[in-house]
Write a protein that binds this ligand. Structure first.
Ligand SMILES: Nc1ncnc2c1ncn2[C@@H]1O[C@H](COP(=O)(O)OP(=O)(O)OP(=O)(O)O)[C@@H](O)[C@H]1O
Length: 397
């Protein structure tokens, strides 16, 4: 689907190549993170795939086409197969949400009927159905990025290229965007994403391609963020880069909600049974708790409101963290001070960025794939909540 053969990219006036002898193959349906320190060549890589630039040496094939053979006139046609999302959203500021998404279909000559069907469907999927008449400056950063994602996927591209799509967003909002990208990938779109979001890369366990000074130093299936993540943040900020580490337990709970709910429910049942002191009752309770978790997941997928299963106050989040002890989720969490809970929240996210969003509630199982099929994804992710603006940061407020 994407093939780099011995690709070198040297920009005019520079001594060292930005990319140096890259061989890379990405297959259909993959989710690939491209990681690496600032200046390692991630964006250059994406620009070459998009045919915004040409390699100095080597060949690139995308969707079976040799990019060196595509004439400048044909490049826009080639790009119809690719969706792109950037850190700075790049929305048309004088157009509404609906028109931003519709515009990308109008310019490629889609019929009015097609547009009238595709745009609302896509806005529904990204959770912005109720904001279609807003202008970009009336949206939060996370909402603007979701418009950008809607615009990128409305024509059902084979490949979605994302260059630091969460770079301007606070951790809670980034999580919603990551879930959305994951569900898009689960729908069959190949996703290639350049990022510095260490926690998401570690937890999502997708393929990781690490660049260092223009060379691939690691290409790992189900990899983590790697050594780059351990560069001290002070050094990175000098280089204009931030490594982000949202608390792992929080991200895990959101990305693996069904397992989380299952473990939580089973533990709840176990605790209840112990209290009752009835051995055989424990098995029954565990079974019914299991059922409850499964039913809750099914109800969530069907778009129904799900009541949180009761949780014992001293239950632990099920995943052990390699970075820090996972701490319990309970009713107290809704009001917990972010200082206690998520010490790695980005410093410039402000106090609101430290609040735990409702969609991380472990009692609300999330299956983004099923939800994207049944609609109402945003409601489940808590992304269309009224207070969404409060948790987002972005260049346009
Ligand atoms: N248009 C350009 N002209 C000259 N040099 C460039 C150009 N674009 C990128 N470079 C250089 O190429 C190298 C790779 O840059 P690139 O933007 O691909 O890195 P990156 O890994 O995406 O960095 P970041 O994480 O900071 O976005 C850097 O040394 C950069 O200065």
């Amino acid at each position: 689907m994407i093939l780099f053969e011995n690709v070198t990219k040297k920009y005019r006036g520079t001594a060292k190549p930005a990319l140096d002898g890259i061989d890379l193959q990405v297959d259909r349906g993959e989710f690939v993170f491209i990681v690496g320190a600032s200046g390692s060549g991630k964006s250059s890589c994406l620009r070459l795939i998009l045919r915004e630039d040409q390699p100095s040496v080597g060949k690139i094939h995308v969707l079976g086409q040799d990019l060196s053979k595509i004439s400048s006139r044909k490049v826009p046609y080639f790009r119809r197969n690719l969706g792109t999302v950037f850190q700075d959203f790049r929305l048309l500021t004088n157009k509404t949400v609906y028109d931003n998404v519709a515009f990308s279909l109008q310019v490629i000559g889609k019929s009015r009927g097609f547009i009238q069907e595709a745009v609302p469907d896509t806005l529904e999927m990204v959770g912005l159905a109720n904001k279609s008449k807003r202008f970009p400056h009336e949206l939060s950063g996370g909402e603007q990025q979701r418009v950008a994602i809607a615009r990128a996927i409305v024509n059902k591209p084979a490949i979605l290229l994302a260059d630091e799509p969460t770079g301007n967003l606070d951790p809670a909002t980034s999580l919603g965007i990551m879930q959305l990208l994951r569900s898009i990938n689960a729908g069959g779109t190949t996703v290639v994403m350049a990022t510095h979001e260490a926690t998401f890369v570690d937890i999502m366990q997708q393929r990781v391609v690490e660049l260092s000074q223009g060379v691939i130093v690691r290409d790992e299936q189900a990899g983590g963020y790697g050594e780059t993540a351990s560069i001290p943040v002070a050094d990175l900020s000098e280089a204009g880069v931030r490594v982000l580490r949202t608390t792992e337990a929080v991200v895990r709970a959101a990305l693996e909600p069904e397992e989380h709910a299952r473990a939580n429910a089973a533990a709840t049942a176990g605790a209840a049974a112990v209290e009752e002191g009835a051995g055989s009752a424990a098995a029954v309770a565990a079974a019914s708790a299991e059922e409850r978790a499964v039913n809750a997941a099914a109800a969530a997928a069907a778009g129904a409101a799900v009541a949180a299963p009761p949780t014992a106050p001293d239950l632990q989040a099920p995943e052990a963290s390699v970075y820090e002890e996972p701490r319990p989720f309970d009713a107290h969490d809704a009001d917990i001070d972010g200082d206690e809970f998520d010490e790695t929240v980005r410093a410039d996210a402000g106090p609101q960025g430290k609040r735990i969003p409702g969609f991380l509630d472990p009692g609300r199982p999330i299956d983004p794939v099923q939800m994207s099929e049944t609609g109402n994804l945003a409601a489940h992710l808590g992304l269309n909540r009224k207070t969404d603006d409060e948790t987002d940061v972005g260049p346009v407020r």
